[in-house]
Write a protein that binds this ligand. Structure first.
Ligand code: IMP
Ligand code: MG
Length: 174
């Protein structure tokens, strides 16, 4: 069970320390603002659970799920909404929380989606910024770690729905 060829990239303590820093920064930046933290399912659920507990100002939480089709290595990929937040977004400050940003297609679509819904602002927080395959230019306002390449698993990140439960992040040798 889960015996696989993997190498550790970020251990639990390293992740915890960085999540704490992000939480502090976000708490400072959103003071006196109506903050809605929206996690991108499924990958963000572990990171989001830890992150919101490091944010010390009042906030609402919600989730969104999308799926992408097509060849993700080209810009022809299409995004479809699977489930939407229940929360009213209009005039709220939306902070999108993602596990990893790869081509940028998903985040570009999501940021446009929440801007269209009338959010007062839309910012992006991603645990990992994997820039090597970036095709869609996006601004990552809060970035946990920059990891240039490779396929990562653990701490919410999956390979075929497996390994999300690993407490650290590993490079999977496929
Ligand atoms: P993007 O639209 O290409 O930026 O894709 C982002 C999504 O692809 C992430 O939310 C992940 O679900 C998935 N993804 C990209 N790279 C990895 C990885 O290294 N491990 C696990 N999932 C990944
Ligand atoms: Mg994802």
């Amino acid at each position: 069970m889960q015996s696989t060829n993997k190498e550790i990239v970020l251990d639990s303590q390293t992740i915890r320390d960085r999540v704490q820093e992000l939480g502090r920064e976000i708490s400072k930046d959103y003071t006196d603002k109506e903050l809605v933290v929206i996690g991108v399912l499924k990958g963000a659920f572990v990171f989001m659970a830890d992150l919101v507990r490091e944010i010390t100002i009042p906030l609402a939480t919600d989730f969104i799920q999308v799926s992408s089709y097509g060849d993700s290595s080209s810009s022809s990929g299409k995004i479809t909404l699977v489930s939407s937040p229940n929360q009213m977004i209009e005039n709220c400050h939306v902070l999108l929380v993602e596990d990893i940003i790869d081509t940028g297609l998903t985040m570009q679509w999501l940021a446009a989606h929440f801007n269209d819904q009338g959010a007062a602002s839309v910012k992006i927080c991603s645990l990992i910024d994997k820039a090597e395959r970036r095709e869609h230019k996006i601004k990552i306002d809060y970035s946990g770690f920059a990891i240039s390449s490779g396929f990562l698993i653990g701490y919410g990140l999956d390979f075929d729905q497996q390994y999300r439960n690993l407490p650290a992040i590993y490079h999977l040798n496929i």
